[in-house]
Design a protein around this ligand. Structure first.
Ligand SMILES: [Fe+2]
Ligand SMILES: [Fe+2]
Length: 265
């Protein structure tokens, strides 16, 4: 697998959101609103980065294919923000101009080099991969469920993309350096887990995640990304795993596709 493959994937994936059911008449009930409003606002804000710093750092790698893939990746995240923003508008929920959690992630991403930026980003991607599962299970809105499913599929490839790059960037690092890196960013993952749980608790609980199961889900997801970064580790999207429901969920709750979407060594 190469950066060209990721570029090709992101190019082909650009119109995934063209057929969303925007005519869905479902208005979130007061109970649903209490459960999802605040976190939806927070994650919509988090998805809406313009990516200037990330793009500038990606360019420093000097690989035009990586730069092109990164540009398309940033555009895909902005599509997530736009779709969530439109959903918020349709439900009469205001978009946020800023949020402390988003501020922390943005601030952390802007120090040090590309590898650090990607490791912070990876933590956010891991959080997203679990949050959208919770959101999916926390709402009866068919449109919002549809949005969550699409984003979850995208985030799978985002995890692959970041892990593939990180494996490339950390190749040749010695045992001590690798150990230090691993533990520093595990610490960051733990901190992010606590902050996200504190800020999005109503959604997580409505989606079937208590504190322990949320921590366990993030730990499992982060461990998977660590395995993908190991030399020779398989970089693959999930398929057929019982990863979604952790509690009784609305009828038709989403399952991961039974067929592999894409896999790479
Ligand atoms: Fe996203
Ligand atoms: Fe993402």
């Amino acid at each position: 697998m190469t950066f060209t493959d990721f570029k090709t994937y992101f190019q082909a994936n650009q119109n995934r959101y063209a057929d969303l059911a925007w005519d869905d008449p479902h208005q979130l009930s007061p109970t649903e609103l209490r459960a999802v409003r605040a976190s939806l606002q927070t994650f919509q804000r988090g998805e809406s980065s313009e990516g200037h710093y990330l793009y500038a750092r990606a360019k420093q790698l000097g690989d035009p294919e990586y730069t092109a893939a990164m540009r398309l990746f940033i555009k895909e995240e902005q599509t997530h923000a736009a779709v969530l923003g439109r959903f918020l508008g349709q439900q009469g929920i205001a978009r946020l101009k800023g949020h402390w959690l988003d501020g922390i992630f943005r601030g952390l991403r802007r120090v040090l080099g590309l590898e650090h930026t990607l490791r912070v980003l990876l933590v956010a991607e891991v959080v997203a991969a679990v949050y959208y599962r919770a959101l999916l299970n926390a709402t009866y809105s068919g449109l919002l469920q549809q949005i969550c499913r699409r984003i979850l599929l995208d985030e799978e490839m985002h995890l692959n993309f970041q892990c593939f790059t990180l494996r490339h960037l950390s190749a040749g690092r010695g045992g001590v350096g690798r150990w230090l890196h691993r533990h520093v960013y595990r610490g960051l993952m733990v901190g992010a887990t606590l902050l996200v749980y504190a800020s999005s608790r109503p959604t997580l609980r409505a989606g079937g995640y208590g504190f322990v199961s949320f921590c366990a889900a993030l730990a499992a997801e982060y461990t998977r990304t660590e395995q993908m970064q190991r030399p020779g580790g398989l970089i693959a999207v999930r398929c057929g795993q019982a990863a979604a429901p952790v509690a009784p969920t609305p009828a038709g709750a989403w399952q991961w596709p039974q067929q592999g979407l894409r896999a790479a060594q």
